[in-house]
Design a protein around this ligand. Structure first.
Ligand SMILES: [Zn+2]
Length: 188
């Protein structure tokens, strides 16, 4: 909230409860208490005071109202985060989620090169485009995944994908795991 916006609400308070109720000292203390609130939030608080109180609200009233508003906002934010987490869970399979998590951790601990990180981001991009997924984006639920040793022009190696389809795949191929991105590139 800007000082000008605050002044508008102080005007409403003075008009309702009398000019004498709000000297400059008092206004300065109230400003300190509420300056971080948004204008809309402060308007809501003043609406309530104007509508409900017989006597001029003082610093403790503002403090209490401000902390209630903050709590409510915080609760809303947590609720939104819960919804986002739910959406994330339903959009990604367990394997994808653990792959993403381990990639992020590796990136933070600098175990992934920029190129490897790029390929993770591409995977993430694909995952987010497919939405709630029916198929593994790496093997299309065939369980088979082909990767090429870095620097090689040809010579694809077959792996069993690290998804549930790869688990069910009975071929003799080695199981793919994420750390193989160090030496291999997944063929598209
Ligand atoms: Zn797969």
């Amino acid at each position: 909230m800007t000082p000008a916006e605050f002044q508008v609400q102080v005007g409403r308070l003075s008009e309702t409860f009398g000019k004498n109720a709000y000297g400059s000292e008092r206004i300065a203390l109230i400003w300190k208490e509420v300056s971080l609130l948004s204008n809309e939030t402060f308007i809501r608080i003043v609406d309530r005071f104007v509508g409900e109180l017989r006597q001029a609200p003082l610093l403790p009233d503002f403090r209490e109202a401000a902390s209630k508003e903050r709590e409510q906002l915080w609760g809303q934010k947590k609720q939104e985060e819960r919804v986002t987490a739910k959406e994330f869970e339903s959009a990604f399979s367990r394997d994808d989620t653990s792959m993403i998590a381990s990639a992020i951790i590796k990136r933070i601990t600098a175990d992934l090169t920029d190129a490897e990180w790029e390929s993770v981001l591409r995977m993430l991009d694909n995952l987010s485009k497919t939405g709630p997924r029916a198929k593994c984006t790496r093997c299309q639920d065939t369980g088979a995944l082909f990767a090429r040793r870095k620097g090689d022009v040809c010579g694809d190696h077959a792996f069993r994908c690290d998804c549930p389809a790869g688990e069910r795949n009975r071929s003799a191929s080695a199981r793919w795991n994420f750390s193989m991105l160090k030496n291999f590139e997944v063929c598209s």
